[in-house]
Structures are given as structure tokens and as C-alpha cells.
Design a protein around this ligand. Sequence first.
Ligand code: MLC
Ligand code: AMP
Length: 517
Amino acid sequence: MSFPYSDWTLGRGCREAFAGRVALVDGTSATSYGELCSRAAAWSDRLAEAGIRKGDRLAYLIPPGADHCAVLWGAWRAGAVAVPIALSHPPPEVLHVLDDADPAVVIVSRETEHGLAVVDLCRGQQRLAVVLEESPPAAGSFSPVPMPSQTQPALMIYTSGTTGRPKGVVTTHGNVSAQIQALVEAWKWTEGDRILHVLPLHHVHGLINVLSCALWSGACCEFGSGAPERAWDRLGSGELSLFMAVPTVYGRLIRAWDEAPRPLQEKWSAGAARLRLMVSGSAALPVETLNRWREITGHTLLERYGMTEIGMGLSNPLEGERRPGHVGQPLPGVEARIVGPDGRTVATGTSGEIEIRGPQVFAEYWRRPEETRAAFREGWFRTGDEGVLDDGYYRILGRRSVDILKTGGYKVSALEIEEAYRRHPAVADLAVVGVADPDWGERVCAAWVPAGEERPSPDELRAWGKERLAPYKIPREFLPVDGLPRNAMGKVQKPSVAAMFESSLPDTETDEVRRGR
Ligand code: MLC
Ligand code: AMP
């Protein structure tokens, strides 16, 4: 059997020697590396038949599992740029990605909530949409293909920013493989690893750190559920070696453990203690969560810092001190610096903007040359995060822009939500803020000015938003106000808006109570 590549973005998993090893587990079904390669080759043949050319975008809406991976690898084998679409996004969000990415082909699984609506959208736009279930991959042999060059675009992930709608972050095969290799080296991935995957596959945390590092290493990636009892069931099995998640997930696991009967707690803790590494990232890990997790499992969570544009940049060490509240040092191949407003590196211990340089850093924002240019200073990527180097360990102090929020590990733009809701007939104006929240990191809240007498309830406003925006962008609280606080220049004072929510809500209230306000 020949494999698509030998050592590139796909890593060791494509080597002949790995053909019989298990690559993926999804429920009760297992897929070997040989099968995955063969299915990927069948997809790339199918794509070639459809006329896809090198550099064309291939968008796909497929739940986690072997089909998802076969399409991703098939896209790469065909020379296409993979554009994963979020499963939870309603049609208008998907339409934005399709309009912007302009894919030559869209592959959609029937199983997904909005899959068939997306097929209709595509066909309305004369775009080729393939329904996954209607295109069974052909069996048979396949030949090796030339390796992609380092500079060839591999992936485009949509991310929110301070301007406009989400933009496509283009990473090349060189970037993606550098992102993977840095983590494989730093966290000592091996073919003997087995990881539980509970994250979405349209962001780097789930796609690069978990899935691609596993496949690169010839390890086993087990797709599981984020539902805490089911995740605990697997963590407690003693069969896993690695786990990675966002702080919200660890918080939920802690709550489920606290509520479980004693014998189950003991089983879960004993199984989890057998993993070799547990990682947290995508948002600040509260020190309280880190401490509680250590009490429950014996693990000191390894916190690291990353971003769609750079993959992972900073990480606490695998061996050595993992310092609570800190994100460690630059990963292999990454350079980091902290600069002041004048763009000069600040003295150690002084805070400033974190800038990152290295082969991991993305190539461009898709079709946005101005924004790409503005994102770099002398070859360094400006992360927009404020940080400080504290006795040899980096600490993240927060985003520089009040309009970028992080909720449950998802980045959202306040401006995008405001723009959407200003189209609501009952809303004259609206300001969206992030309010510190023990479960979500930040919870999205909106103060709104009614346009007339009509006062839709928070639930009605949420339902309206859900038809237009990703579910995690929908404000949890809506507060009607007579006017928004503005400064002399007319600019909305976001800290004053946030204070309206902070002062009005005790932390102990449930989400339901918050939402019903
Ligand atoms: C779901 N909801 C959210 C939400 N996720 N609300 C705010 N923020 C979120 N992140 C909404 C749901 O729509 C639902 O609304 C309600 O909250 C309860 O949903 P749930 O079913 O309990 O949530 P669930 O689907 O289980 O999702 C929770 C989660 C998920 C934490 C598992 O948010 C998640 O997978 N987060 C990880 C995101 C991620 O991978 N980020 C990495 C980006 S890359 P309703 O109205 O229906 O009740 C990056 C770089 C790096 O950041 O460094 O890694
Ligand atoms: P995204 O653009 O979705 O990839 O999110 C990247 C952002 O997540 C970063 O710019 C940070 O603001 C945030 N982030 C990632 N990891 C951490 C961390 N460990 N601590 C604090 N913030 C983090």
C-alpha cells in the first residue's frame, strides 16, 4: 500500500508501518491509519473529478469522526485549502463563510443540524455541494502524491476580530506542521498516546492540538462527548494518556465529580490519575480550578497560551514547575516579546502587548491585505493580548480591546453582535460587553435602548439572535436602558455598561435565572 505523504502535515500516521494501528475511535467503531489514508485518497480522487485545483478552498460541515478526518486529509492530498465550518452555526453565519471563503466545493453531512439547509444555500449560489452520505468513498489502491510545499495554504479558520465579520486565518502546510511539531516535541507525544477529544474541530485547540498532534504521532484519538458524566466515564477508565480542554469544561467536570457518589468519585479519580498529561487553554484557567483539579486527580493542569493566528505560543513545561496563573515560556521555534505603545521591547516585569514570531505564525487574513499588514510589526504578529514576563514565566493580563470577549473558550466580537441586533425592529441601540463569570470566563451581556414601546423579553431577543448568530454569541442577559453611557466624543463607555451587570447580579444565580431576567 502507498500512502499519500510520508512526513508532512499528516505526519507518521501515513507511514506504511502504521497502517494497521488504530488512528480514530468513535463510539464503538475504530478506524486504522491504513483505512484513513485510503478514505482520504478516495476523497481526493472525488475532488479531482469535481475539478478542484491546487489552492481552491474546500469547505465542510461534518461532525467529529472518521469522515471528518478523511475529508480533511483528502482536501490536503488534493492540494485544497481546508475550511472547517462550525456545526452549531445557523445558516446566515455559514453563508458569511461561504461568501467570504468562496469554496469550489462544499461537503456537508446530513447528520448535522443545518446540513441540508447549507446544501440548499450552496445550490442557490451555483456552488458544488456534496452530501457526504451520498458519496461513498471508492475502495481500491491509490498512488503517492507530491508533498505540498511549505508555502502552500493548508487551512483557513474563521475567527472574530475588532473589525467586521469573522475573517479567514490562512495557515500554510509549513505553518501547520510547525504548530504540530512544537507541541509534539514539548509535550512528548508518542504513538503510544491515546487522547479523549471533546472539542469542536473548527478551531486550533481541537483541530491542531488534539486531533492533528495525535495523527502526526501515530497515536489514537478517541472522539467523545463533552457531557461531564460521559467524559468522566472515559477519564476514569484508565485507558487514556492525554486530555485537553478549555477551563469551562474542567469547571463542569469538577461540578459533576462533586455531585457523584463516593465510589464513582474514587473510580474517576483513580482512572484520571493514570493519564500522563492534562492541558488547559484557550482562556485563562482560574487558579481555583487548577487547585481543585489537583485535589481531585492529582494532576497540575498544564496551562498554555495560543491563538488561531499562531497555533500555540507559550506553554508551562511538561517537566518542571507549572506555575498557577501563568502560561510558561515560548514553545520550540516560537519567539515572544512584550512591547510598549512605542513598539519597543519593555523591561522585564513591565506589562505590554505580546508579540509572536516564528514558522507557526499564519500567512494572511484571507483577501484582507490591509488587515494582514496591520497585524504585524516588523515581522512580529501583534496578538492584541496584554502580558507580562514574571520571573521567567509569562502571565496573560487580558485583551487590549474591550470589544473582544472570550466565552467558554470561544472568541466573540462585541461589535458583530451589536451590528446584528441593531437590525432588530425593537432595538434602537445596543452595547455588548463581557462580564466576568465563574463558568464561562466571560458572559456576553447586552444593554439595549428600545426603539419604541415594544419590549421583547430576553428569551425573545435570544431566539431572534439564534437564527442569525452562533449560539455562543447570543447575550445571556439583556438590560433595557434609556440611553447608553457615552463620553464627550459620543463613544460608548463599555466599562460603565459592564458595571450595570456586575452590580446587578450575584454570582450564585443560575444561567436560567440570568437568562430569564
Ligand atoms: C455553548 N453555549 C455557550 C457556549 N457554548 N454560551 C456561551 N459560551 C459558550 N462557549 C450555549 C449553548 O448554545 C446553550 O444555549 C447553553 O450555552 C448551554 O449549552 P451546553 O449544551 O451546556 O454547552 P455545550 O454545547 O456543552 O458547550 C459548552 C462547551 C463549548 C464549553 C463545551 O462552548 C466548547 O466546546 N467550547 C470550546 C471552544 C473552543 O474549542 N475554543 C478554542 C478556540 S481556539 P441555550 O440558549 O441553547 O441554552 C483558541 C486558541 C487556543 O482559543 O489558545 O486554544
Ligand atoms: P482565538 O482567537 O479564538 O484563537 O483565541 C485566542 C485568544 O484566547 C488569545 O488571544 C487569548 O486572548 C486567549 N487565550 C488563549 N489561551 C489563553 C490562556 N491560557 N490564558 C488567557 N487567555 C488565553
